[in-house]
Design a protein around this ligand. Sequence first.
Ligand code: SAM
Length: 436
Amino acid sequence: MLREVLRIGSRRWYSYKSVRRPGQPAVSSNVELEQNQKPKQTSDTHAKSNGNLTKQLAAKIQATGPITVAEYMREVLTNPHGGYYMNRDVFGRAGDFITSPEISQIFGELVGVWLMNEWQKLGSPSPFQLIELGPGRGTLARDVLKVISKFKSGAQFSMHMVEISPYLSQAQAQRFCYKYEILPEEEQLQHYQTGTTATGTQVFWHRRLEDVPVGFSLVLAHEFFDALPVHKLQLINGKWQEVLIDVDINSTTADFRYVMSKAQTPVSNLFKPLPQEQRSSLEYSLEAERHVGLLAERLEQHGGIALIMDYGHFGDKTDTFRGFKQHALHEPLLAPGTADLTADVDFRHLKHVAETRAHIHCCGPVQQGDFMRSMQGEVRLEQLLMHALPENQSIIRSGYEMLTDAKQMGSRFKFLAMFPGVLAAHLNKYPVAGFG
Ligand SMILES: C[S@@+](CC[C@H](N)C(=O)[O-])C[C@H]1O[C@@H](n2cnc3c(N)ncnc32)[C@H](O)[C@@H]1O
């Protein structure tokens, strides 16, 4: 208990990702790399790989022309050499941002209770798989695992982490595994790392959702979809056109800038706005569409539940692509690889894809604060406070407030649940907790 309290205590000074942007228009003129904005590198290795990433992106653009914002975002976040997530811990005080599971254990506990409650309502199917997309430091998985081990009453389950970062996959294993092993390259088939928790549960790490075995699954995605690449589109003279990224090379640096595509791009051609689309400028994530489509097909064919938790909107925001560095906003085209890149999740799009790609019953999105309150978060808070040292009580309380207060994370973060469509009548009779 003390460890948990101190753990929360050491986190409360961190900031989460805000929505305010650094005041950059959607299509900008040249972006100057000013002296006082130059990135502070954390180590020589990072400086070198990030410098290489800038060169690599600049060279690609010079050779083949401007690239999409999605390609830029993908390279900056997940390039095997200089990608932001690939080789270091980016969370917490020494990192760039803090996420809900890292702020308070109450978050993961309530998510775990919600999952187990819905699983029991479906008759406690066994075996099941716990899948997490983009588990970060593994804190949510660890807190959910604690709840599952109390509830599961003999059911068999395995854990499947979908994680692209070799560094973070080891951090996750160290958080909730008793032992783990990175598989030699030649043995890597559907998974690249395996582990075993202290209670004997098998854990597998996969690079892609497609590589996770099929079967009844409980799926979690917290701040995963906001890290997926977005295309930026604008409606000009009745046609959707794509915003691209170009580069100006001078002797010392590569200055990236936004430009409008001269002709239709594959994505601007393919893009079909949802009915009643009002916006003339928007962000469109093919990768988010692909992941939700896959989840929908899996849930329909093999059963399960998915819970998507992220900051986002319901099809009304236009320009949310931004960088985040050392707990402050960062111009996304500056010093690629040194800052997180993110875009708000379009929940209307996700819900539409889930419901049209397969027979899926969606609940929400609801606001995080409402979800946590209706899952009796206050009761858990009072329990923790009862056992906490007096000097830690205000820290525990402020962590909970940060997660639930509408002015902080309570309204910006949203929860969307997906169930197989055949359960719709059952779920109307026994309503889904937290989504009332
Ligand atoms: C913003 S972090 C969220 C971490 C964690 N869920 C949390 O809330 O603390 C995004 C996570 O997704 C992973 N990730 C990003 N893009 C990915 C991709 N295309 N495939 C798999 N994992 C990815 C990152 O490495 C990281 O673990």
